[in-house]
Design a protein around this ligand. Structure first.
Ligand code: MG
Length: 294
């Protein structure tokens, strides 16, 4: 089945298969590869479009999930197993960023994005605590699942507390809006199968509102293109929404989609992490600049 809109050209191309549950794709410009997590496989994979080959970037990685490129070329990523946000350097060494809120450990950070002021905003649902193949059993020590903001100067503070299981997160190209998905329907905790939008007001998120619902499955990871459209994962493929929430395109994918990112040489490739496979879709748009204006 072909995509329903000229934003997407051609059929999805499966460029890799052999993972268990694929998540957290990120284009790494310096290496010309897309790096992503096979969470139950406890490894990070990298697909190189120049060779068509996938290699194991690192293994025994404590169940990493979503990641984002920082201004200095390091990668900020979520670790279910170590219940933290961490930084991976180009030499593959990893250093912690934050793992506690007050006296309590975080749950299992899931996905992360960078705000206009350079702070890291990340979601903290419980999936790494309640799924033994995606982390280690544990308690919700602060008793909730929130979205947090962290910066070197300000430390850690919650920014969103009206979701049961916050999951994917992305900023609009101007940095004025943050989109967060709620996937509480996934394990029957609630009915969350939607994307909410919030105004970014300095160090806080205000004016929370419904942005879009996903009818088949739920929205796990999301990506925003340079024109502000929101590209969402779902059980049946990739759904695309205009900034006003209208759905304008759909690309069926033959496996449940976990997350997605733009990348490639011209920024117009959409990499779709979908269960056992990585798919490549050519699009008529491109990645937003990696960092919103300050
Ligand atoms: Mg996720």
């Amino acid at each position: 089945m072909a995509a329903t809109n000229n934003l997407i050209s051609g059929e999805p191309r499966r460029v890799y298969t052999g993972a268990t549950w694929s998540e957290g794709p990120l284009w790494i410009p310096a290496e010309g590869v897309v790096r992503w997590s096979d969470i139950p496989g406890n490894r990070i994979l990298a697909w190189d479009p120049a060779t068509g080959e996938t290699r194991v970037h690192r293994s025994e990685v404590e169940f990493t999930n979503g990641r984002v490129l920082d201004r200095d070329g390091t990668v900020v990523q979520c670790s279910h197993g170590l219940r933290r946000l961490e930084r991976e350097h180009p030499d593959k060494t990893v250093t912690p960023i934050v793992d506690h809120w007050g006296a309590h450990r975080l749950n299992s950070p899931n996905d992360v994005a960078i705000a206009p002021d350079g702070s890291y905003w990340f979601t903290d649902p419980d999936y790494g605590l309640v799924q033994p193949n995606e982390g280690h059993p544990g308690e919700l020590e602060y008793g909730d699942c929130r979205v947090f903001r962290w910066s070197e100067d300000d430390g850690l503070s919650p920014v969103v507390d009206d979701m049961l299981r916050p999951n994917g997160i992305a900023f609009s190209p101007d940095g004025g809006t943050v989109y967060v998905t709620d996937t509480s329907r996934a394990r029957g905790v609630g009915d969350g199968h939607w994307i909410r939008a919030y105004d970014v007001d300095g160090a806080s998120a205000t004016n929370g509102r419904m942005f879009a619902e996903i009818g088949t499955g739920f929205p796990d990871g999301i990506a925003v293109d340079w024109e502000g459209r929101v590209w969402s994962s779902a059980a049946d493929g990739v759904h695309v929404f205009e900034p006003d929430g209208r759905e304008v395109a759909f690309a069926p994918i033959p496996e449940v989609v976990g997350n997605l990112c733009f990348g490639g040489a011209d920024g117009s490739d959409l990499f779709v992490a979908a269960t056992t496979s990585l798919f490549l879709l050519r699009t008529a748009t491109r990645a937003a600049p990696p960092f919103p204006p300050a």
